[in-house]
Ligand binder design. Structure first.
Ligand SMILES: O=P(O)(O)OC[C@H]1O[C@](O)(CO)[C@@H](O)[C@@H]1O
Length: 486
């Protein structure tokens, strides 16, 4: 059983739904809730309203991520904002050597997905010509790790020296600083250290682009700095939380720096949004995914979701999904203030890598998981495994098989083995790993989380839990600073 869209995107739920799995009766018991959830999604699309959602300051706040795929005048993504992004592309292409993208959480994870899908692992080792004139890209701000920050700075200083010797001229570095709140410790501490160190290097020409909340009244620290220093600005718009921001200028600025097809990405999201407007659950991928996962959790105790893409460059999709699921649905109280401690636990896995480790637990451990596979149907490049060692029978036996067929055979075998031992699993299939299908997938997952928030009756758009440690940490940092100053 599967839901297949015209684009070829497919959600195969055969091993998650039916006898001994999530049943028709389970879904029927949610009929009224699903109807209400679907209505709530309509209201969210039309008015940006989600019942009981408040910002972290306790103020009513709109939820606008579903507007992002629609590039229209007056929308968050508009023809003029697309032009502004094109200006960034025109500026970096053939002009900037290195982009350092600084951000954490939603201000990092989406950018990493776009980078991995568009550029792959060896981008920074390619020549500028091979990169189509686009810059190298490094990430920072995703931790407060002094060693890695040192390594990055020293790598850039060395690269500047090499450039001076071989080509002459300074190394042009663009710091793309992404922070909605504009003051996140991890991002801003790295930014300040890197900005200061690179500023001292005579062979480096650095510039800054700030991506932050554009609000003029309550300006973020980053916005204030950008205005003061004249840095170009892009927006993390009001109503778009970090984990839903990949379709905003958070993801799109990095996309613009590496030649990623922004329009195709948004078109994929838009087409998925249309599919998710279908009130028939069997035709609506987000509603179906949410209902099956919610039922698997609540009625069958399968409250862990292992997101397991088959392919190296999709691991970051899984990491992006971790934030989306954990931060959106891991909530102590429901929207009526009742303690519910809801939240399925997301786990990153990659096939075939983790079939040699985690699969042991998936196959025989506690019956508390859904393994969500992600597969690519047609790979851009492929190899037929050659018969280079005909004397070694086991190796000769796989000669002639393509790597992509071997990959899919491994995945399918894993799915069959899991199913044979009552282990729930499902598969999303992307016809190809490209901007359009990535847009479809990520948008579907975001919308599915919004549906699940309605089913579980929790606010999927706040994150009070990540404020708790910050309330302890900031006074401690202030104390530390006083001690250092003494
Ligand atoms: O973009 P900012 O404000 O730096 O926040 C980064 C991340 O930190 C969080 O606020 C959680 O601490 C996430 O919600 C967000 O994606």
């Amino acid at each position: 059983m599967s839901l297949k869209l015209k684009s070829g995107f497919e959600f195969d739920y055969d091993n998650l739904y039916g006898e001994g799995k999530v049943t028709d009766a389970d879904l029927k018991s949610y009929e009224a809730d699903l109807k209400r959830a679907h209505e709530a999604m309509k209201v969210m699309r039309e008015k940006g309203f989600i019942r009981a959602h408040l910002s972290k300051d306790g103020e009513p706040e709109k939820v606008l991520f579903s507007q992002l795929p629609y590039v229209e005048e007056g929308h968050l993504n508009s023809p003029s904002s697309m032009k502004h992004l094109q200006e960034l592309t025109d500026h970096v292409k053939d002009n900037v050597d290195v982009v350092v993208s600084l951000g954490i959480g939603g201000s990092y994870l989406g950018d990493k997905v776009i980078f991995d899908v568009q550029c792959g692992e060896f981008w920074n080792s390619m020549t500028k010509e091979e990169r189509g004139g686009f810059p190298k890209v490094y990430f920072s701000g995703n931790n407060i790790d002094p060693q890695r920050t040192y390594d990055l700075i020293h790598y850039l200083e060395k690269a500047a020296e090499v450039k001076k010797c071989h080509e002459g001229g300074k190394l042009k570095v663009l710091l793309l600083v992404i922070s909605k709140s504009g003051g996140t410790l991890d991002t801003m501490s790295n930014f300040m250290v890197i900005y200061d160190e690179l500023g001292k290097c005579a062979d480096i020409d650095q510039e800054v682009v700030a991506v932050t909340d554009p609000n003029m009244e309550n300006q973020t620290l980053l916005k204030k700095l950008a205005i003061e220093k004249g840095w170009p600005q892009y927006a993390v718009p009001d109503g778009v939380g970090g984990r839903f921001s990949i379709f905003s200028e958070v993801g799109l600025t990095l996309a613009a720096c590496v030649g990623f097809d922004i329009q195709a990405f948004l078109n994929g999201a838009k087409d998925m949004d249309q599919a998710c407007q279908n009130e028939d659950i069997w035709q609506n991928p987000a509603m179906l995914n949410a209902a099956l996962k919610f039922a698997a959790s609540e009625k069958h105790g399968r409250d862990i979701e292992v997101m397991m893409p088959y392919g190296d460059y999709m691991e970051s999709i899984s990491m992006w999904y971790i934030q989306l699921l954990a931060e959106s649905l891991g909530k102590q109280y429901n929207r009526e203030g009742k303690e519910v401690c809801y939240g399925r636990t997301p786990i990153v896995a990659v096939g075939t890598r983790d079939m040699h480790s985690m699969t042991q637990q998936h196959q025989e451990g506690r019956l508390n998981k859904v393994i969500q596979f992600l597969k690519v149907k047609n790979w851009k490049h492929d190899y037929k495994i050659p018969n280079v060692f005909p004397e070694a029978k086991k190796l000769a036996d796989i000669a002639g098989v393509t790597m992509s067929d071997a990959l899919e055979t491994a995945r399918q075998s894993n799915a069959d083995a899991l199913t044979g031992n009552h282990r729930y699993n499902a598969t999303f299939t992307l016809p190809e790993l490209n901007a359009y299908h990535l847009g479809e997938l990520l948008y579907m997952l975001a919308m599915s989380i919004a549906y699940e928030g309605e089913l579980a009756d929790v606010d999927a758009f706040n994150q009070p839990g990540v404020e708790a440690y910050k309330k302890i940490m900031w006074p401690r940092l202030n104390e530390l600073k006083k001690e250092m100053d003494r």
